[in-house]
Design a protein around this ligand. Structure first.
Ligand SMILES: [Zn+2]
Length: 454
């Protein structure tokens, strides 16, 4: 048994506890309360005491691609579509081992940043293997891409075989498996429909990128934008017919049946009031990735409308490839500032609310709020400790404010998943960071850009 103590404990679903403690028994939380009471009640528990620190549930990254970590910083000033084209050109240079090393880098960063759960979308097994090896909790969504109608039966067969294989590999781990048709511009309608039906039949959760950019809206509605031309040429889809549909990406997905699934939709930036009503009607959850969306010039998501419509919302980093870091403090801070700037008010964009989105909100979006996302007796012991002792953080007025307005990923002192310490004060217990960095550097050389491409 272990007892973690700090100046503040944020259960998230209840009020902050000054001089709080969390008791961990095996992989579960045994008790949450005041230091004085819990120390007396559990005198034999191993003490992990933190001063000028905050204990809170681990962050839930509701949308990422861990094996893209090695792409960090490539095409930083490109728009979304140009960046996506760059990725399509570069990603063929990596082999299975390279993807694994890249995923290990992503997993290391996640753990060091206090992310205890990652919703990871991937077409390769690299993420799943790196996650399992490091002891992170995650959902691995098998990514499906295909624009050619004649390939649908084969792709459906492959999806069934891959998900079965992944489920076998995930047995006795902290992983669960889902399926992710990549997006409306990379998956043809019959494939979206077939994958949705498969997922419903087998009870697989589904995730998809939706309405992430104006280019995507123009492609679906009018058959225009670079997604209809250069992007398809690069992917050798130039000879596959695409006809404009005249509807929004959300309406389009509705027509192809995907909303009948347990669905987590990433982005949802370009949505109409009707789209929002559709998302609510079908209880679609949203992975909100504010920093990635702003960086790639995709837009600002209507978070206030998501919440007003009662949608379940979690925060996602969308990987270092698009975002440069997997820093959930950054996501909270940037997300909050963008909403305040956009709406010209501080109402409904408070620090507490963003800590909620980064933890319990993510758990709700993934349908896992009974197991993770808050500090409560009986829940999984996925816990982090954040240092708030620095000159840029003191004096501390409010623990929620301190986390959102002053903290960064390097302020995480401890990351615990299922009662096991994966990271503490610079030390990793389930991976070798030096080895991963060294190997990742070699993989990165395969992706180097010529000056004229930058
Ligand atoms: Zn994504």
């Amino acid at each position: 048994m272990q007892i973690l103590t700090a100046d503040w404990v944020l259960p998230v679903t209840k009020s902050p506890i000054k001089n709080g403690a969390v008791v961990v028994d095996g992989s579960k939380i045994k008790a949450v309360g005041s230091v004085a009471v819990l120390k007396e009640k559990y005198p034999a528990a191993k003490l992990l005491a933190y001063e000028k620190a905050i204990i809170l549930p681990g962050f839930i990254d509701a949308h990422t691609h861990l094996e893209y970590a090695v792409f960090r910083g490539l095409g930083d000033d490109l728009s979304y579509v140009d960046w996506r084209i760059l990725l399509s050109k570069k990603e063929t240079k990596l082999n299975a081992e390279d993807w694994f090393i890249s995923a290990q880098l992503g997993v290391a960063e996640a753990i060091q940043s206090g992310i205890t759960f990652a919703a990871n979308i991937s077409a390769t097994e690299a993420g799943l293997k790196a996650i399992k090896q490091a002891g992170l909790r995650a959902r691995a969504y098998y990514e499906v891409i295909g624009v050619n109608h004649k390939d649908v039966p084969e792709l459906v067969r492959k999806t069934v075989a891959q998900v079965d294989k992944w489920q076998e590999e995930a047995a006795n781990s902290l992983l669960s498996i889902g399926v992710a048709p990549h997006s409306v511009y990379t998956v043809c309608p019959p494939l979206i429909k077939a994958v949705g039906e498969l997922a419903r039949k087998n009870g697989w959760p589904v995730s998809i990128h939706v309405a992430g950019s104006k280019d995507e809206v123009d492609f679906i509605k009018y058959g225009s934008s670079k997604l209809a031309t250069e992007f398809r040429e690069v992917n050798k889809w130039g000879n596959v017919l695409w006809q404009p549909t005249g509807v929004t990406p959300v309406k389009y997905l509705l027509q192809w049946g995907l909303f009948a699934n347990d669905l987590l939709a990433a982005h949802c930036l370009h949505v109409t009031e009707n789209d929002l009503l559709t998302l609510k009607k079908y209880q679609v959850a949203v992975a909100h990735c504010p920093k990635c969306s702003a960086k790639l010039g995709m837009g600002i998501a209507p978070l206030r409308e998501f919440l007003q419509h009662g949608l379940r919302v979690g925060l996602g980093t969308d990987s270092p490839a698009s975002n440069n870091t997997m820093d959930m403090f950054d996501e909270m801070r940037v997300g909050l500032l963008l909403q305040r700037g956009l709406t010209q008010t501080t109402q409904n964009a408070e620090a507490r609310q963003f800590v909620y989105l980064a933890t319990y909100g993510g758990a709700q979006a993934l349908g896992l709020e009974k197991q993770i996302g808050s500090l409560e007796a009986g829940k999984e012991a996925d816990i982090i400790v954040v240092d708030v002792s620095h000159s840029h953080q003191q004096p501390l007025a409010d623990p929620y404010s301190a986390l959102v307005f002053t903290a960064n990923q390097e302020d995480v002192r401890l990351t615990m998943v299922a009662g096991k310490i994966l990271y503490q004060d610079g030390n990793f217990y389930s991976l070798s960071l030096a080895e991963i960095l060294n190997r990742a550097q070699k993989v990165r050389q395969k992706l180097s850009l010529k000056l004229e491409q930058m």
